[in-house]
Design a protein around this ligand. Sequence first.
Ligand SMILES: Cc1ncc(C[n+]2csc(CCOP(=O)(O)OP(=O)(O)O)c2C)c(N)n1
Length: 575
Amino acid sequence: MSRYQPIYDIAELCSRKELFNAVLCPGSRCAPLAIAFGRHEKIRARTFSDERSAGFIALGMAQQSGRPTILLCTSGTAVYNFSPAVAEAFFNQVPLLVFTADRPSEWIAQHDGQTIYQSEIFGKHVKKSFQLPQDYDHPDSQWAINRIVNEAINLSLQEPLGPVHINAPFREPLYPAQDELITYSEVKNIEQQKTCFDLSERHKDSLKEEWKTYHNILIVAGQHDYDNTTIAALQTFLNKHNVPVVGDIICNLHPLDNLIQHADLFLGQASADIKKSLRPDLLVTFGKSVLSKNLKSFLRNNPPKSHWHIQPSGSVADTFQTLTQVLNTTPLSFFTLLSAHSNADTFENQRQNNYSKLWEIEERRTLRTLDDFFPQPDFAELELVKEVIHALPENSNLHLANSMSVRYANFIGLVTGQKGVTVFANRGTSGIDGCTSTTVGHCLLNDKPNILITGDLAFFYDRNAFWNNYAVPNLRIVVLNNHGGVIFKMIDGPGSLPEADEYFITKQKLNAAKLCEEFGFDYLKLDIRRKVKNLLKDFMDFDGRTKILELETDTTVNKKVFDNFKQKIKNSYEL
Ligand SMILES: Cc1ncc(C[n+]2csc(CCOP(=O)(O)OP(=O)(O)O)c2C)c(N)n1
């Protein structure tokens, strides 16, 4: 039996637990695990040289499959390069099983090369960090390896989902002999059911009673996975209770009738009196982060009497500084519970209807302004984003990079009819460093069209997303190339400083043409509005080629159009 048998058996355990995708980064120290995953017939292992990109690819794969991705790298600084993706996975609640190979502990800080302090290296950004034994002779060590990996995988899948880390020290020799056959043993799979979260009957009764005492009830959804069951339960609830639901594009609730999607726009321009009238008595929230700054400041400045946050478990963020009760249950259970209950008091119902109308009026006013706004004399990024969103194929994935891309898309919004369109964005930490790699991770595990909208800095930052041997014919990228970070021009503060161009916008000269040549992608250059329809037709033709559509513009043009847009919304209040 090989000395590394307990390590090889980790692959068998992963496959028993239905972890079928491994992302491997090259190195020697990780060889025992790389071989274990690479030779296992049920595990699909793929290799990526840039660990930072590999981490995000693994994250995209986990989001797509709903199972933890196995992620492995060698010892040394390779490990630190996983950190951005690990942090994103932690805050965005995506399960990853992160293995980092290490030297045996006695060799740390002995000038032995590729050796750093790896134990617990990801700090608080993993649900837990484990250390495997470095010698396997004693049966207890073999038992411990199996037990630890069982615990780690089970933990990654408990709510809130997230990354777990296993640091694995290996002694040389690391490679099997040429003719050595790798086999896998019968391993012990310690099963753990997902914790079932529900409220006690008493708590449910008291919630139903308390619910009746409010008449300005508002629901706000943060970032949320697309989930038909939750959408259906919420729709049933809304058919019974006239409660406005506010959600950014990343909440994936666009199939709902009457979703308030444009709160960011109208709350940014509405008068204090209008905002006062929109203030809720009871705020019910679920999901993760909220994109809209205007919504956050509206709720902080117009706090509800009560704020219930629905979250099965884990620590709860008090984003609006208004939290009064945490409901450890799922949105599905909560909305199902309240659907079965109706408020008999017609007077109270009428008040709630009136409140709901106020939100609807604001939403409709904004939609009208939005419809009338285009075309503008200058063809700017916002208009292209609108065209792209309107041209999205059915059942496609829409990926939105940080930072203006996700904001532009949020201004436009998705319509109810775009049911199967699923939105993804790295909003756990809002980095620009892995948006393309995350999208590539999705592309590798589905046949759907995947459309990424990105700015130029985010795009060129993460160009190693393409530096691998896997084709992604289902990938389409729209590059909004304003040759810098236009966000810094749009927000108050940096735009007017003398240092703006150099230290904030950070002008850069590249365009995507050469990159397309290098990687063999189709390059579609958009330089004039009248080409949009034709180019988008070609772009959205999924004919087996990866395509990049680039619009090169000037930051000033985008700023001008964006300012006009905000002004138009402001003007709509004066009509
Ligand atoms: C890893 C990382 N570094 C820096 C930032 C800060 N940041 C936020 S947006 C942005 C500029 C993005 O520029 P670009 O991708 O061109 O998009 P645009 O603003 O032009 O839409 C920067 C540097 C970040 N979010 N993540």
